[in-house]
Design a protein around this ligand. Structure first.
Ligand SMILES: *Cc1c(COP(=O)(O)O)cnc(C)c1O
Length: 228
């Protein structure tokens, strides 16, 4: 049996190779371990191996896990799934980051519901880079307006962008999509401070994402195994 610690090592190995290839430092990439649908026992294995950043997609499931692991208060939880407005309160109360903001209504609710004893919620705007009807995310054209509005909300801290591009035939096409997002990210950086996170790349496409300038990869399957 391959352990979670070994799988984490091999994910870091892939990141190292990819950063070497594009003359970037390994430290410029944050690894988010995506633990959605996976049991606490596996998250604890990753924790014991030293990992602290986890991504979840389903509100009820994740809040149960977060409550049971509340004594491990150095874990950073990232919400990365679609958000219904009746679930924003639980997200505002339990997470450190939300990567899947694609409309102002949700951002406003999170801002209002963020408990005052917690630090501002770190926010990424999710961009539907390939304009797929089936996917969440705002269009590239909507990013500026949404960013401007989010910047007025005191309990939110805008940190950057996230995307899940469509699968493409070739690596070149994948890099092209990721590069569009990178360009949009750089434009945001020129306008606002604290913009430091470009979340793109998953188990299947972390290499082209890193080549195009990702600063955070979200890896589920390669760390915790396939989801049923
Ligand atoms: C599930 C998920 C991932 C992880 O995908 P893998 O292919 O298992 O690495 C990354 N990002 C988001 C937004 C997800 O929902």
């Amino acid at each position: 049996m391959i352990t979670i610690a070994e799988r984490l090592d091999s994910a870091y190995g892939r990141i190292k190779q990819a950063t070497n290839k594009s003359n970037r430092s390994e430290q410029s990439i944050t690894l988010l371990a995506v633990s959605k649908t996976k049991p606490i026992s596996l998250i604890l294995d990753a924790y014991e191996a030293g990992h602290r950043k986890f991504g979840e997609s389903y509100v009820q499931e994740s809040v149960e896990k977060i409550e049971k692991m509340a004594h491990l208060n150095d874990i950073q939880w990232h919400f990365i799934g679609p958000i219904q407005s009746n679930k924003t309160k639980l997200i505002a109360q339990n997470f450190n980051w939300v990567q899947s903001i694609d409309r102002l209504k949700i951002a406003k609710r999170l801002n209002e519901q963020r408990p005052s004893n917690l630090k501002p919620l770190n926010i990424l705007i999710q961009v539907n880079i390939s304009n797929e009807a089936s996917k969440s995310g705002c269009s590239i054209e909507e990013v500026n307006n949404l960013a401007q509005s989010i910047k007025t909300l005191d309990n939110l801290k805008l940190r950057g962008l996230m995307a899940i591009p469509a699968k493409k035939e070739t690596v070149e096409q994948q890099i092209e999509d990721f590069t569009m997002l990178k360009t949009c990210f750089e434009a945001l950086q020129t306008q606002y401070k604290d913009i430091d996170t470009l979340s793109m790349g998953m188990s299947a496409d972390l290499e082209p994402a890193i080549a195009a300038g990702s600063t955070m990869v979200r890896i589920g399957t390669d760390i915790f195994g396939a989801r049923s």
